[in-house]
Design a protein around this ligand. Sequence first.
Ligand code: DMJ
Length: 446
Amino acid sequence: QMMKFAWDNYRQYALGKNELRPLTKNGHIGNMFGGLRGATVVDALDTLYIMELEEEFQEAKKWVEKSFDLNVNGEASLFEVNIRYIGGLLAAYYLTGEEVFKSKALELGEKLLPAFNTPTGIPRSFFSLCSGMSWSWGWASAGSSILAEFGTLHLEFLHLSELSGNPVFAEKASTSQLLNRVEKPQGLYPNFLSPVTGNWVQHHVSIGGLGDSFYEYLIKSWLMSDKKDSEAKKMYDDALEAIEKHLVKKSAGGLTYIAEWRGGILDHKMGHLACFSGGMIALGAEHAGEERKRHYVDLAAEITNTCHESYARSDTKLGPEAFRFDAGTEAMATRLSERYYILRPEVVESYMYMWRLTHDPKYRQWGWEVVKALEKHCRVEAGFSGIRDVYTTTPTHDNMQQSFFLAETLKYLYLLFCEDDVLSLDDWVFNTEAHPLPVNHTNFKA
Ligand code: DMJ
């Protein structure tokens, strides 16, 4: 019902725009997708299909067939276009077998290739869909590329190679050679790398924003290869070991968290984005060997518990954008600018993985608490909206229904209450936007 409500309002007020503005009942386009439209349509396709919202799925499919225009010439984020559009189209194709999704994915995939024309082949954050010229975020030091952006292409690009028969996609998205060569401080991967020299630009390490999905794609690359890509597995194991050694901490109140690292100094902060890591560590634990398995299941459970605490300690029972462990604070935001919640999925994502791994009913209870909180605080007359402050029972709304709410938050909540064989984790890996891609399509190894 939540998905139907979110979709129906998007369709009524914003079809063809990227997101719905549910208070003003209009559409939002933004500047991340280079002139591409319909981010919510493409992000929602597989969720509609999985939930058997047949009529709504057909409406979405029809829009892709008739109105999804790829001949655009704006400035796009390679990462965002890849995880939402390529991921969404690929998942829709694999679930339904409908050729239109495959052909759109391949056509769009071709348009992304010029973004890799840099001295090292590491793409910058933005590129022009028309000229292929590329550039970095203005705030990224010395024109650097971001770990979580250039490191979150591999799953989708392997499938583009698989479906097109052209190895170029897999080759372009492979970063392992370069990353294995460059020295890593204490075994950690900094978030900023120069696409010109191939060296780190600044020693900020985070399993949250800027770093997050790089680690996720290491373990998922191995799983998607049916456990054949041992290089990705080793990179994941080594990275997790370094993270545990240097960043995992326990608060005075006994909460386990993952701090950020700035040139050797710890920042005792966890972003909402970092809360995906409970699920990732749980997923990896299954394959860690008997001895390490127990350890990683416990670590994943502790981190997920901490993220749940960040929700439980707020008045809305939704979590803030970032929470801290300093000056007597535990799992709460201390800055006004970090008190918002924009319908993000990472906490329910971890509940879903923890549920599938342990079947401990508390994860379903926690998921249900989120459902109730979303209904109470984020549902407005024409859709769902983010809120500006999780620490008040009368929050104001940000007037934005993010496309990842339909792609991820609602999908993970749904899967939390499904049988385990609905998108079994043995057969599918979820890209970082929760689009399922099938395991064992690995003929192309870059
Ligand atoms: C999503 O687009 C993806 O999950 C991405 O990896 C991180 N940010 C958002 C959701 O919070």
